[in-house]
Design a protein around this ligand. Structure first.
Ligand SMILES: Nc1ncnc2c1ncn2[C@@H]1O[C@H](COP(=O)(O)OP(=O)(O)O)[C@@H](O)[C@H]1O
Ligand SMILES: [Mg+2]
Length: 241
């Protein structure tokens, strides 16, 4: 469903050149739950922005169902919960969602909208402005605005970062309930949380893939302790430069 082929991206910051992506490739199959894992600055968000055509890549190809991802029609297949969301906070949550649905050209019944609010545990707050939402509630709202358009590909960028364990648990349970309904691309640096959700993982460091497979492949190859595996893979990769 999604093919990333040898993508490269360089940013310029003053006279500094940052090689954010250096030949990253992977494939996500239909209805797979896929995790892109890597330390801060590894290139996860840059990859996502490239898929969404929010940035131009320097080299490589991104295909959705075999078609160039930069085409507008592809954007409508994707629901996206950004790492750092900016939402207007003054209007009732439901009104804001209606704006998103309009942008996507979707017409969904009030019952269905209520159903989605219930799914992310926000039904009681359907008429509250987002200024009244806590961080965890905002993260769940992010999932809500991404799934309400009933996307073929759901992209969730570091949704559990900065949440307490209960907030993280709530998000993981929601994502589990979405598995099989849509293809999921999830980013995080928490392997233990990803183990519960994802069929396949791609570990990236400094813009390149360093492991591709399932969590059980990872454990079979490197041992049981996910934190240690992550630490050693990244440290070894850093040493090679
Ligand atoms: N707009 C930008 N301008 C300059 N550098 C950027 C920009 N966005 C990201 N970067 C740099 O690109 C690298 C990858 O960033 P990012 O994709 O955000 O990583 P991740 O999401 O894995 O933490 C980092 O070194 C980051 O500082
Ligand atoms: Mg990021």
């Amino acid at each position: 469903m999604l093919e990333i082929q040898d993508i490269h991206k360089t940013y310029r910051k003053g006279n500094q050149i940052i090689n954010a992506l250096r030949g990253l490739s992977f494939v996500i199959n239909e209805n797979e739950s896929f995790a892109l894992i890597g330390p801060n600055g590894a290139g996860k968000t840059t990859t996502i922005k490239a898929i969404l055509n929010l940035i131009k890549i320097d080299k490589g190809k991104i295909l959705i169902n075999g078609v160039d991802a930069t085409l507008d029609e592809n954007r409508k297949l994707i629901g996206y919960a950004p790492e750092i969301p900016y939402y207007p906070t003054h209007m009732p949550a439901i009104n804001l969602l209606k704006v998103y649905l309009d942008i996507y050209g979707k017409n969904i019944s009030y019952d269905k909208i209520e159903y989605y609010f219930e799914l992310v545990n926000l039904k009681k707050f359907i008429n509250s402005p987002l200024s009244n939402y806590s961080k965890g509630m905002l993260q769940r709202f992010s999932i809500l605005q991404a799934i309400i358009v009933e996307p073929k590909l759901l992209i969730l960028d570091e949704l559990t970062s900065g949440l307490d364990p209960i907030g993280q648990y709530e998000i993981i349970e929601i994502v589990k309930s979405l598995k099989q309904k849509t293809t999921i691309l999830f980013t995080s640096h928490n392997l233990a949380e990803i183990e519960q959700i994802c069929d396949k993982v791609m570990i990236i460091n400094k813009g390149r893939g360093i492991f591709y497979g399932s969590i059980s492949d990872l454990k079979n190859q490197f041992g049981k302790d996910l934190y240690r595996i992550f630490f050693e893979l990244i440290m070894n990769d850093n040493k090679m430069e």
